[in-house]
Design a protein around this ligand. Structure first.
Ligand code: NCD
Length: 316
């Protein structure tokens, strides 16, 4: 998949489609910009006029709560007009192609498309098709990428742990079907995290994952030893073909994060999850709601990070 399409010839971000290939300086720029927006989201009047008059279309072809809502809030806090398409009830269900839908919305003077689609590459396809003044953000495509989720995860890590180059980070769970894991791996390695571990049963770990610069583990207890950050993943049952796991109970027994397992990590380790969470499958409720969990701050930071991405794009 081509990544250079997202950087224009002036070296500015034109689209955000994937973390892969983005330089560390760009990731830091997005995180620093997000930091300036965190204070906006804490004010009584939570708005800045940066995207006034811009039309941002939320094109979600897959269900989403957090991502769609936080993009909408972020766009509104930048004073943009946000149009949420109810895709299930739209012309796609009448047989219109994706690009025809996009052509029609472009004819309504869209400035930006936020795209979530079950097909890997959907956001790239749209980005290669639209006029140069229109920006595209990938809000999750198939099992390929989810760059804003990885960026909000990096923001959260930086907020709680400061220095990427001192950290041991473990990504735990269904790496195989996870677009979040792929984007997290690219972000963590680009930002200089010296040790990124991926912990999963053999059936949920893609072959050759070590070529991405990560260390694979099949034993959760070994993999969690001394880690600073735990990135938990949801079992993506909707993407599994055939029986990859004996049962949810069995999975929880070996890979579920319980207080006992968490105790193997550093005492001040933080626990993250992109949501939606399956309590009692990948994570025990006492951990999800416990003192080391930063799962809800992730959601809050997601607004500032999405504000940063949209304002950087529309400013280029
Ligand atoms: C993730 C997604 O949709 O890829 N969720 C999210 O965006 N917050 C992870 C998941 O669905 O498990």
């Amino acid at each position: 998949m081509q990544n250079n399409r997202q950087i224009n010839k002036n070296g500015e971000l034109q689209h955000l489609l994937t973390i892969e290939g983005l330089p560390a300086s760009m990731l830091h720029h997005i995180l620093d910009t997000a930091e300036s927006f965190v204070s906006v989201t804490e004010r009584e009047v939570k708005k800045v006029p940066l995207l006034r008059g811009k039309a941002i279309f939320n094109l979600f072809f897959e269900p989403s709560t957090r991502t769609r809502t936080t993009f909408e809030i972020a766009a509104k806090r930048l004073s943009a007009d946000v149009i949420n398409l109810n895709i299930g009830a739209s012309s796609q269900s009448k047989g219109e192609t994706l690009l025809d839908t996009v052509n029609n919305l472009s004819a309504m003077h869209a400035d930006m498309f936020i795209v979530r689609h079950a097909q890997s590459g959907a956001a790239h396809l749209i980005a290669s098709h639209v006029a140069p003044e229109i920006h595209v953000v990938n809000a999750g495509d198939g099992r390929h990428a989810h760059p804003t989720q990885a960026l909000l995860d990096m923001y959260t890590i930086r907020h709680f742990k400061q220095h990427f180059h001192e950290l041991k980070v473990a990504i735990v769970g269904d790496i195989m079907h996870s677009r979040v894991a792929r984007s997290q791996i690219h972000a963590l390695t680009t930002l200089g995290v010296p040790e990124v571990r991926v912990i999963a049963p053999k059936t949920l770990l893609p072959k050759g994952v070590e070529h991405l610069g990560v260390h694979p583990y099949h034993d959760l207890s070994k993999g969690l030893k001394d880690v600073d950050v735990l990135l938990m993943l949801r079992l993506q049952n909707e993407r599994m073909q055939g029986a990859l796991l004996p049962s949810a109970q069995e999975y929880f027994k070996y890979y579920g994060l319980t207080p006992e397992k968490l105790a193997l990590a550093k005492p001040d380790a933080i626990v993250m999850h992109p949501g939606p969470m399956n309590r009692g499958i990948e994570i025990d409720s006492s951990v999800a709601d416990g003192p080391q969990s930063v799962i809800l701050p992730q959601v809050t930071f997601g607004i500032a990070v999405r504000m940063a991405v949209m304002s950087i794009l529309a400013g280029s």
